[in-house]
Design a protein around this ligand. Structure first.
Ligand code: SF4
Length: 456
């Protein structure tokens, strides 16, 4: 095969075989150059020529067939290649498509995740976001918690502050709390924590003071629902005498002493006519027995002579009796006559000053200040609750702050023992598992009765 180059197109074209080219393109010169034969010769020549033409046609046809076949092969090859190429292309595309599909799937997964389906991608995204924003979120959460804590503490502080905390008391309490070896129980931690804040807090308003004072009273009512006067008595006369005898001694000692006195002198007339020395011997255990003998015999005489042998039920009458002041008068009025009254004894005065209800020390002024914080109907029972608390938990020298139920409301928290276990050992009477002060306590008293004189 001869290859001819089409210079203009630069393409290779398959040329016809040289013999086929000559047969299919006889030159005119070949026929015209032959001498003229006879008719037979002419016929022969014509037949030969026809044969040649036929042969030439056959050759041409054969060439065309071959060429066509080759073309067909080439085309098939081309087609085949195209197919392969197409296939490869398809594969590639398929691969690409597959990859895209995978990618799409992954994307879908991620999107699904992002959409909240909980896929790994989503989780990762979430994690990443969590990491990215997480710190901020955690910080934000912490900030929120702190803010809430602060918000929660704030009222406590405010309450504590308003509550009761004078700056001096808070400072004192804080100093005590900081003392090594002392820790506040959970219930009493609030005052400790709020103590520093009280320094910057505003002074407690009158309204806040009233609210805190009344809240303390309610708390004490829960702690001492059985609060009562701790002197044994069966009538106003006995209560009046027992109250006078309780000066400078304990109610327990009075209760252990009065049974013999009341048994021997049951009425004002009996006592007014008694031998002073015999009375002195009977009341000796209460201390200051000579002065007390004069007082009780003077009271008996006044009752006999001025009040018909009866204890008067009015304050102005009671305070006229020898040795009877407002405190004694209110005890009698409140517990024997049902007339509201505050009993400002040593316990009452100490506690209300610790609670910052008042700074007064004079009993009459304390009575006026505290009385203004409560309705009259609460005065008598408030007195009992406060005195109960002073005798059992909030002692003069070592208050048991670590076991005190009203510690969160107390500005003086920390003045005493704050360690719960140590504080618990300081509790007295029924709170400490010990006998009470009355030999004949009320039925609802949860503790044990006091032993009689000489049986302690
Ligand atoms: S025991 Fe402590 S906390 Fe409780 S009232 Fe007394 S001083 Fe306040």
């Amino acid at each position: 095969m001869v290859v001819r180059r089409n210079s203009a197109m630069g393409e290779q074209v398959a040329a016809e075989p040289e013999n086929a080219t000559k047969a299919t393109n006889p030159t005119p010169d070949g026929a015209a150059g032959q001498p003229t034969p006879t008719k037979a010769a002419a016929k022969k020549a014509t037949g030969t020529a026809a044969k040649k033409v036929a042969v030439a046609k056959k050759a041409t046809a054969a060439k065309k067939a071959t060429a066509a076949k080759k073309t067909a092969d080439v085309k098939e090859a081309a087609v085949g290649k195209g197919t392969v190429a197409a296939k490869k292309t398809a594969d590639v595309k398929g691969t690409a498509a597959g990859k895209e599909t995978v990618a799409a799937k992954k994307t879908a997964d991620v999107k699904g995740t992002a959409a909240g389906n909980g896929t790994v991608a989503a989780k990762k995204t979430a994690d990443v976001k969590g990491t990215a924003a997480g710190n901020g979120t955690v910080a934000a959460k912490k900030a929120t918690v702190e803010k809430k804590t602060a918000a929660v503490k704030a009222p406590v502080v405010a309450k504590g502050t308003v509550a009761a905390k004078g700056a001096a008391a808070a400072k004192k309490a804080a100093a005590k709390k900081a003392a090594p070896g002392k820790s506040a129980p959970a219930s009493t931690a609030a005052p400790a924590k709020s103590a520093p804040a009280t320094k910057a807090a505003k002074p407690e308003s009158r309204t806040a003071l009233v609210r805190r004072a009344r809240r303390i009273n309610r708390e004490l009512a829960d702690v001492y629902p059985y609060a009562h006067p701790e002197l044994d008595f069966e009538n106003p006369f006995q209560l009046l005498l027992a109250t006078v005898l309780s000066a400078q001694t304990t109610d327990l000692r009075v209760n252990q002493t009065t049974p013999a006195l009341f048994a021997k002198y049951p009425t004002p007339e009996d006592l007014a006519a008694a031998n002073p020395e015999e009375v002195e011997e009977l009341i000796r255990p209460t201390g200051f027995f000579r002065a007390k003998t004069k007082s009780i015999m003077g009271i008996a005489t006044a009752l006999r002579d001025e009040f018909g042998g009866e204890v008067p039920g009015r304050l102005e009458d009671l305070v006229k009796l020898p040795g009877v002041g407002r405190k004694t008068a209110f005890v009698v009025l409140g517990n024997a006559f049902g007339v509201p009254g505050l009993t400002v004894d040593t316990h009452f005065g100490r506690l209300v000053r610790r609670w910052k209800w008042t700074d007064e020390t004079d009993p009459d002024k304390v009575e006026a200040a505290v009385g203004a914080l409560f309705p009259k109907s609460e005065w008598t029972m408030l007195s009992h609750r406060v005195i109960f608390h002073g005798r059992r938990i909030c002692h003069s020298r070592r208050p048991a702050c670590g076991a005190c139920p009203i510690a969160p409301l107390c500005p003086a928290y920390g003045e005493g023992e704050t360690d719960p276990e140590k504080a618990k050992k300081l509790l007295k009477y029924e709170k400490g598992g010990m006998p009470g002060q009355r030999l004949k306590p009320p039925p609802d008293y949860p503790g044990r009765p006091a032993p009689p004189l000489g049986a302690e």
